[in-house]
Design a protein. Structure first.
Length: 445
């Protein structure tokens, strides 16, 4: 497997518990009781609860579960950590991992990884490396967490709409270039119902999630290799952002602002009105219930001729204050790679397999969509990347990019002008994060 240079990315937001804050210490004094805090949709929480039940049965250990929706989790977890009441095991956001490692929130679980009988060595190497930290850089050194998953943010298409509109479907192995992609999108945009109004569109771009694919494939990047300099003010980045703007403002192949007032692009995709749209693993449970067939394809490619997209991840960590770090580490590793636990989690369409041997078999299953599951594996093994805010000390610098982006997306502000101005703002936040890292290193040395 090609070793990816670690300029990491924004994984999902960390979670918190319903009523967790103010519940006293979340750890039990009983040596046979663990506390596990996590988040997700109702379906995801049910699936992971079943995996935890399996752990309890096998190990004879009671696990008290604290779970909540994603929008509540980050605040509740942070409150528990600041109050020195962190649970034994918990999900954490990879974009906050360096700060947690530096400030002693997470336990070094390397000794337990080295001695376990669980197939940790079969986990995707990049997934494990994401949670390594040597005190200075991520990607090397001791292990401070297990990957709950690796989430390849894949592109997909509505096979039924392509057939109805008489449009040639994309090749699963050869990505379309930007001109070819625009041509297909134009062919998919039309009045399918004969109402005299546009009711199908080629695509719908969520800039926050998809800009990475366009700018990386065009040779642009967020930061330099040392993660010290913001690099959005380049012609390659400007060209990628302008292409996204023009899809709607010039070519009309995405829903207009008026079209999205009642139904956004995601809702229109669910209704079968969008040709190309992201199909991430966590969407599969819902997408398999839709009234149309879908499959996966690479993102369209810019000047490099090579596809690109993001890989997300959440970590499963052990509190540095846990009185049962051995059992807590065993639960974290169990959820990450135990074959039976993974069969429950993957079987319900929550993630792709976390281990390579399981993935090799999983891609052969054509009984459920998508047929081209190999695309997920190609992203993890080849062309996927972590967004760099996962490895910097704080993610605020990348948040600044999106703060005043809307006028650009609506064609009311010049792309190049915006990128030059926002580069300076982003750089200030990035420099501030590096300075805080230095201060915290000194305070904890």
């Amino acid at each position: 497997m090609r070793r990816r240079r670690f300029i990491a990315g924004a994984a999902a937001a960390a979670a918190a518990t319903a009523g967790a804050a103010g519940c006293g210490n979340m750890q039990s004094a009983d040596p046979n009781v663990l506390t596990f805090m996590f988040r997700g949709s109702t379906e995801e929480r049910d699936v992971f609860s079943r995996a935890v039940d399996l752990f309890q049965e096998r190990e004879g250990i009671q696990v008290n579960i604290i779970s909540t929706s994603a929008d509540q989790y980050a605040t509740k977890l942070q409150t528990a950590i600041l109050g020195n009441r962190a649970p034994d095991v918990f999900y954490f956001d990879a974009a906050r991992a360096t700060a947690y490692m530096t400030n002693g929130v997470l336990a070094d679980i390397s000794p337990y990884v080295e001695s376990t009988s669980l197939p940790v060595d079969d986990i995707w190497p990049d997934g494990l490396d994401l949670y390594r930290f040597d005190g200075d850089r991520r990607g090397q050194g001791p292990i401070y967490g297990m990957p709950k998953d690796l989430g390849p943010f894949s592109f997909g298409y509505n096979k039924t709409l392509f057939e109805e509109m008489g449009v040639e479907p994309p090749d699963p192995d050869v990505p379309l270039d930007w001109d070819q992609f625009l041509e297909r999108c134009a062919q998919l945009t039309g009045d399918r119902a004969g109402s005299g109004q546009t009711d199908t569109w080629g695509t719908s771009v969520n800039v926050g999630a998809e800009i990475h694919a366009y700018m990386w494939s065009n040779g642009a990047d967020w930061l330099d290799e040392e993660l010290r300099t913001v690099t959005v003010d380049t012609p390659e980045f400007a060209e990628a952002l302008q292409y996204i703007v023009d899809l709607r403002e010039v070519h009309g192949v995405t829903p207009s602002i008026n079209d999205t007032e009642g139904l956004d692009g995601y809702q229109r995709w669910l209704r079968g009105q969008i040709g190309f749209f992201p199909v991430a693993p966590w969407d599969l449970t819902l997408y398999r219930t839709l009234d149309f067939e879908f499959d996966l394809c690479p993102y369209p490619v810019g000047a490099t001729g090579k596809p690109a997209t993001t890989i997300g991840s959440l970590g499963i960590g052990v509190s540095a204050n846990s009185s049962k770090p051995d059992l807590a580490a065993e639960l974290a590793m169990f959820l990450a790679c135990d074959p039976e636990a993974q069969a429950i989690i993957v079987g319900e369409g929550q993630t792709i397999p976390n281990t390579r041997s399981h993935a090799a078999e999983w891609v052969k299953d054509t009984s459920v969509e998508p047929q081209n599951k190999q695309e997920y594996i190609d992203i993890v093994e080849d062309y996927g990347r972590f967004v760099p805010d996962m490895l910097t000390y704080t993610p605020e610098w990348i948040h600044a990019f999106h703060t005043n982006l809307q006028p650009v997306l609506e064609g009311r502000r010049d792309v190049v002008e915006y990128l030059g101005e926002t580069q300076r703002t982003m750089q200030g936040f990035l420099d501030g994060g590096h300075e805080q890292f230095r201060i915290d290193q000194e305070a904890n040395s």
